[in-house]
Design a protein around this ligand. Structure first.
Ligand SMILES: [Zn+2]
Length: 102
């Protein structure tokens, strides 16, 4: 039973990964996207699939903002008149993440 769980972002499917070991997570027991549980057994990182999706969506939203910040930082770096101050990397631990391949 190797049902990879993925999330669709910008019409692209990305597998959901365990935030601890970065391995794809899988359904635990029933593969039901409404009531099932999913997670990473070796890390004991398991949650309701709906919770998992919520956490991943939050991660993706943060990551989108950070990507924008990193772009702004890089632009500012090459400019004499601009400076950039802001967050460019995730500052909180996420139990579940997704590789956005940014
Ligand atoms: Zn893990």
């Amino acid at each position: 039973m190797a049902d990879d769980i993925s999330i669709s972002i910008n019409e692209q499917s990305h597998p959901i990964l365990c935030g601890t070991c970065q391995q794809p997570i899988a359904f635990i027991g029933e593969s039901n996207t409404d009531t099932g549980k999913a997670g990473c057994v070796p890390c004991d990182n398991i949650a309701d699939i709906q919770e998992v999706l919520k956490m991943v969506a939050e991660y993706a939203k943060d990551e989108g903002q950070l990507m924008f910040n990193r772009m702004a930082r890089d632009v500012a770096r090459q400019s004499k008149i601009m400076s950039f101050e802001g967050q460019t990397s995730q500052n909180k631990a996420h139990r579940f993440v997704v590789d956005l391949k940014l």
